[in-house]
Structures are given as structure tokens and as C-alpha cells.
Design a protein around this ligand. Sequence first.
Ligand code: 3IO
Length: 339
Amino acid sequence: MRTGRFAGILAVLMFCASLMCSVPVVFGAEISLSYANFPPAKTFPCIQMERWKNEVEKRTGGKVQVQTYPGSTLLGAKNTLRGVMQGQADIGCVSLAYHPGVFPLCSVFELPLGFTSSASASLALWDLYTKYQPKEFRKFKVLTMFTSAPSNIMTKVPVRKLGDLKGLEVRASGILSKILESLGATPVSMPMSATPEALQKGVVKGLFSSFEVLKDLNFAEICRYETETNTAVYPFAIIMNMRSWKALPDDVKKVLDDLGREQAEWTGKYMDEHVNRSLAWAKEKYAIEMIKMSDADMKAIKENTLPLIEDWKKKAADKGIDGAKVLSDVEASRVKYEK
Ligand code: 3IO
């Protein structure tokens, strides 16, 4: 009968609908992890976060679900360390330069060491971390690490020679602020997430970071002059609350451990490619001017920043770290990964 068949189809449809509704309940994630990130969703720390989330969900067959919180919606740049320690988020993204003195070993990556890419620096940082397992991270499980691309000066006014930097307020963080200071600029330290407003209000005339923010944060609109220095990188750590980590089953722990180095490599490659895309975009859209300083100025930059390496070594020694050994290990990695 027609009505009978209709009722049958309806029953099948309703059964299907009920199955769809119950899927997340019956086969749903057993474990949910929150992941806090401070800059906007378009920026590289958040792009790598989404990639990590997708890989983890895929590799655990959906057993683990990751809730991502970009743009300081869960924890901000400066309270991620404490927030993850206290369990307000299971996982968080930390830019080490925002915490001077807290990471005496891994801050070595804020020095001008001559890395030319994020890919090589990210792998070198991960190797350093895994070799030394430094005390500075003892309260956390470190899931992965990576760095920005080498830093450059993006400004509202042209910086063609070192003299142009004199007294110019430029935003950076950590040892990268000291690099600016050694070059005669007036560094203003703040997280990347505070920089759009500082540029807008004129508190700073530019920033010192990697070029991909020209596009991702639209800094090309306000900073039309880009002076290439390719100096230090910004190191990052993705940290996890220790109790949350210990509560994970072994198979999930293995998935996350196996991802550590791979994620560092993925992020480095993404960053390097994205710097190129962003520069091309900024040239096309805002006709930014790329500036190279003279060889004499580049040499002066190298010489002026040399004492920062000695400063770092002294501070490291105070914390029982053999700075010379760390520097030679990092240099060996640099040579290995820059090839
Ligand atoms: C960075 C931080 C947040 C979003 C994009 C970014 N590109 C480079 C960085 C490095 C950094 O931590 C900084 O503050 O410049």
C-alpha cells in the first residue's frame, strides 16, 4: 500500500536521522583537549595549530578532539604559561621572547645566529630541546617547537641605513628588543597581538619580526618600508598541562610524541613559503619598498650584536647551562639543516 510504503520510508529516514544524531554520542571523542593561541586565526601559530588538530584527530581515529581558541579567546600572549600550568587550557602556544629570563636555554634562538629559514631553525630548536630536555620546561609536556622566519624591520618611514634607526620606536620582544637597542633604535617590547593597535596609534613606528605578518596582519598597509636584516628568529613552544598529559592513554601519547618533530618541520616549511607569498602579495597590493642596507652597515649590525651572545652565555652560566656547548650544538644543527 502506498501509505504503508510511505510510512516505511519515513521510518527508515527517521532511523537514519537518529543514527546521525547519535554518532557523536556512540562513537564520539573520548578525550577533548583545549588549545589556546594568542594571535589571530590567520597567523602562522594558528595555522600550525589547525594542522596539528587535524592530524591528531585523524591519527587517533577521532578518539581525541581538539578545541582550538585562536586570537586570545581563551588565554592571552602573557598568561598562556600560567594558564596551561593551572589547567585553564590543556595546551597553549608560547612565544619564548615574551618571557625574558624564563627560558635561559632555548632563548639562545633569539640571538643573531645566522639562520636563513624557519625550516632549519625550527628543526634545530627541536633537536636542542630533545637533547637537553631543559629544566625551564619541567612543569610542562612540550608537544612541539618551531620558530618564526628570520626577523626584518618593517616601518612607516624608510630605514635605509643604520643611522635612520636612531631613536626610532620599533616593536620587538625579548633579546630581539636588545638587538634593536644595540643598533640605536628605541625598542618597545610587546607581544605581536598588541602590535596592530600600537602601530595604529603611533606608539611605535614599525616592528621587528618575520615578513609574513605584512599579509596576515595587514601590516603592509601601514608599514610600506621593509628593511632586510635577516637576523634572529622568534622561538615558540607548544606546551601541555602535565596532568592532562599524564591522563592520556599510551596510544594517544604515542600519536602526540610522533608528531613533535614532524610538526616542527611542517611549520617551518609553511612559514618559509608563506613569507614568499606574503611579500609578493604586499608588493602587488601596497607597492612596498624592499630595502637592503650597505655591506658596511650589515657588518656593523653583526659587530654591534655580538656582545648579546656573551650576555646570553653569562646568564646561561648563572643557571648552570654550558652556553658555549649549547651554541656549538646549535651551530652544528644550523650547518646540517641549512644545506
Ligand atoms: C609572530 C607571532 C604571532 C603571530 C605571527 C608572528 N610572526 C612572527 C611572530 C614572532 C613573534 O612572536 C613576535 O612577537 O614577533
